[in-house]
Design a protein around this ligand. Structure first.
Ligand code: NAD
Ligand code: UGA
Length: 460
């Protein structure tokens, strides 16, 4: 197999951008071009000031700084990049369908299909096409069909290479992955992609499988991870009524090496662009094969997660004497987890929506999320008019300002900086009684009680 010299990636998002930056960093002899239809996004990837990259990930600025302009390029010239590449990654979004058959569950593959048709139309020599996006099992079959039927008679080899990075730790995950998964049929094409990763990943961590195992494993990995969060969150509610402490239970079970201690942190509910979308997709696939018990089993993970978000909002209302009308509630955090500016499916959005229905006055502070994004998230729900969202929600760029005069603080994201605040000073500025609702179990209960806060944390 010839050595790969030019890689193109279609989609410069949270996956395409960081993944290709690391591939370029570790393969200085391979030219990597990341293309996107979104001009603003590409401009931001090309911004001289590395603080302005469109994706915030610790350490990403250094990687981009090292490779950009050397062998890493960001461009909107999709056709040209397809034409020149030996290997093309497809890393576009695959959101849940919002219309038609499978609405609300199936993955929308329109962006994938558009990429396939564009590759087929442009390619004048053989290409390896790599599925980097998360896709329903057997998508490669459809891709192959489109490429072969609409192409110019050149050969396409399709590989599945799902991405397992988590946001907020993308760079360390990419530098040091637990495994790289490559599914395919053609041994030479597989070897070509193995070689790209072998530049920095030990061979024994590069797994090769058939196409369908690879595609399905990605959905299953996310389903198992999300299931752990829903499992511990289910137990958190039981802890609250029995006097057990969910952190202690998590530690006790996590010490069992068969269970393991990771991903057992009870929270206000998982968010992020993928867990819900991928489980819904798994549920949909199971149902299309008439596997209803399998579908019901996995659907319960989502039902539990929705319950946890609602339960947290209800707890706030109930504790504050069954009314939050006109009350100032400071939201600390809006991102779906710390160290990212991504808010997709963040629990904060749904908790806020619930409180706004009760006419609460929500003041949000998040160290990385802009006011525009917060209003966009709320407007997207369509629960109330944009004017009402702006009337009820204020966004500030300083936590102390958010907390000043507040009836309650709600912690929605586990940003480290929240732990270091001068909570004694915060208390002075807040209304009495001063409530703290900790959806991330971030703060020290003893200390907060000592300062006189009424402190509620999930699972205690
Ligand atoms: P994203 O929305 O951040 O980025 C996708 C990009 O693709 C967008 O910038 C969009 O403009 C571009 N695009 C769409 N169609 C295009 C086309 N025809 N030509 C050129 N550009 C096009 O999405 P993401 O978070 O990077 O996710 C991409 C895929 O990776 C999804 O399938 C997702 O499930 C999967 N994934 C995401 C993560 C994550 O942490 N976000 C992790 C693992 C896997
Ligand atoms: C997740 C997976 O961890 C990645 O392997 C996968 O590649 C990615 O989805 C994807 O396919 O998009 P991500 O969503 O970025 O990554 O972040 P996670 O760290 O998995 O957190 C997801 C959500 O679960 C967050 O809201 C987080 O706060 C919550 N969570 C996580 C908990 O509430 N408790 C935990 O113990 C762990």
């Amino acid at each position: 197999m010839k050595q790969i010299k030019k890689i193109t990636c279609i989609g410069a998002g949270y996956v395409g951008g960081p993944t290709m930056s690391v591939i370029a960093q570790k393969n200085p002899n391979v030219e990597v071009t990341v293309v996107d239809l979104n001009h603003a996004r590409i401009a931001a990837w090309n911004d001289e000031d590395l603080d302005n990259l469109p994706v915030y990930e610790p350490g990403l600025d250094a990687v981009v700084g090292e490779a950009r302009g050397r062998n890493l390029f960001f461009s909107t010239e999709v056709d040209r990049a397809i034409d020149e590449a030996d290997m093309i990654f497809i890393s576009v979004n695959t959101p849940t369908k919002t219309y038609g058959k499978g609405k609300g569950q199936a993955a929308d593959l329109k962006f994938i299909e558009l990429c396939a048709r564009q590759i087929a139309a442009v390619a004048k020599n053989d290409k390896i096409v790599v599925e980097k996006s998360t896709l329903p099992v057997r998508t490669a079959e459809a891709l192959k069909n489109i490429l072969e039927n609409t192409g110019n008679g050149v050969n396409f080899h399709i590989l599945s290479n799902p991405e397992f990075l988590a946001e907020g730790t993308a760079v360390t995950d990419l530098h040091n992955p637990d495994r790289v998964l490559i599914g395919g049929e053609d041994a030479e094409a597989i070897e070509a992609l193995v070689n790209v990763y072998a530049a920095w990943v030990p061979r024994e961590r590069i797994l090769t499988t058939n196409l369908w195992s690879s595609e399905l494993s990605k959905l299953v990995a996310n389903a198992f991870l999300a299931q752990r969060v829903s499992s511990i969150n289910a137990i958190s509610e039981l802890c609250e009524v029995t006097g057990a402490n969910v952190d202690e239970v998590a530690r006790a079970i996590g010490q069992d090496s068969r269970i393991g201690g990771k991903f057992l942190k009870a929270s206000v509910g998982f968010g992020g662009s993928c867990f819900q979308k991928d489980i819904l997709n798994l549920v949909y696939i199971a149902r299309t094969y008439n596997l209803h018990e399998v579908a019901d089993y996995w659907e319960q993970v989502i039902i539990m997660n929705d319950h946890q978000k609602t339960r947290f909002a209800e707890k706030i209302i109930q504790t504050m004497y069954n009314t939050v009308n006109g009350k100032h509630i400071a939201f600390l955090g809006w991102a779906f987890k710390k160290d990212t500016n991504d808010t997709r499916e963040s629990a904060a959005i749904y908790v806020a929506d619930h409180l706004l229905d009760e006419e609460a006055q929500v003041v949000v502070y998040d160290p990385k999320v802009s006011a525009e994004q917060i209003y966009r998230d709320l407007d997207y729900l369509g629960t109330r008019s944009p004017e009402d969202n702006r009337r009820l929600v204020k966004v500030v760029d300083n936590a102390y300002e958010a907390l000043d005069g507040a009836h309650a603080a709600a912690i929605l994201t586990e940003w480290d900086e929240f732990k270091g605040y001068d909570w004694a000073k915060v208390k002075e500025g807040m209304k009495k009684p001063s409530f703290v609702f900790d959806g991330r179990k971030l703060l020290d209960r003893k200390e907060l009680n000592r300062l006189g806060f009424a402190y509620y944390a999930i699972g205690e």
